[in-house]
Design a protein around this ligand. Structure first.
Ligand code: NI
Length: 280
């Protein structure tokens, strides 16, 4: 009897015939060669082809075409979910790869700019010698100016202090070290700087040195500084670059902010740098 079904199953249009299996069940289900223990009927394929297994549940009186449709739907759903998950995982992987690449490119560009690559050695406002290496591992906001500056330097240092305070509010961010390097070592000695930094953020460190040391530090950041003529009181203005520099914990120059940048803009920018920062 099973030999007959092999031939029938292999014939074109045999599928239609198979759909009438409940009838078949009634007639031939007693044949051990057609039924398995779980109530499924096995049919072999055409001679010379691999054996086919038809899974049609017959024992619970269910319409086989309905249960097959359900199975199909479930399979489609699983396949769709797996495919969707795979696509999402692939997209996320590509996105992370791209971010890492962009970051690496940016770092390479900054290294080519070679800003702040030198190692300054200056005296802080407490009289201690500090080098750039002392600040490795910290985020730094650096500003060059002079204590006698009537308006711009105090404004910029107020802004810088406000940025540091705003970032301090966010406990998830690392602390920022504010630094002030004078471009006027003649008047800004250690005691003058000690008095000056008191007006700003409590962590602000003032740095000074010999004329040569100060010039060297400025050169590394391409800072322009030129003292103007002295008036009858010996007072003078120093024309200088007005920029706040952001330096990463590995001592790389990352960004700069000119006077047009607001406190909020700088805070947001530094925050973004911190969040996307990848340690080299
Ligand atoms: Ni100034």
């Amino acid at each position: 009897m099973s030999g007959l079904w092999c031939i029938v199953g292999g014939l074109r249009g045999g599928r239609r015939l198979l759909r009438s299996l409940p009838y078949v069940q009634k007639t031939f289900v007693s044949s051990p060669s057609l039924t398995s223990e779980s109530g499924h009927i096995r049919l072999c394929g055409r001679p010379g082809r691999p054996q086919q297994t038809q899974l049609r549940f017959l024992s619970q009186g269910q319409n086989p075409s309905v249960s097959a449709a359900k199975l199909k739907l479930r399979t489609r759903l699983v396949v769709t979910l797996l495919f969707g998950g795979g696509v999402l995982a692939m997209w996320w992987f590509v996105y992370l790869e791209k971010q890492q690449k962009l970051r690496q490119q940016r770092i390479e560009q900054l290294q080519q700019v070679a800003l702040g690559q030198g190692n300054f050695s200056l005296l802080d406002h407490r009289g201690q010698r500090r080098t750039k290496r002392d600040f490795l591992g910290s985020w730094v906001l650096l500003y060059f100016g002079f204590a006698h500056c009537p308006d711009i330097c105090p404004e910029e240092l107020d802004k810088l202090s406000a940025v540091v305070s705003a970032l301090d509010q966010d406990a998830s961010l690392p602390p920022v070290q504010p630094l002030f390097i004078t471009v006027d070592p003649e008047r800004d000695d250690v005691p003058a700087l000690a008095r000056y930094v008191k007006d700003f953020h409590p962590r602000l460190i003032g740095l000074t040195g010999t004329s040569e040391e100060v010039k060297h530090a400025g050169r590394d950041y391409r800072v322009y500084a030129s003292p103007g003529p002295k008036d009858e009181d010996g007072d003078y203005i120093v024309d200088h670059t007005i920029l706040i520099y952001l330096i990463s914990p590995d001592g790389l120059f990352l960004d700069y902010y000119n006077r047009t940048k607001s406190q909020e803009q700088i805070t947001e920018n530094v925050r973004n740098h911190m969040k996307t920062y990848i340690k080299l």
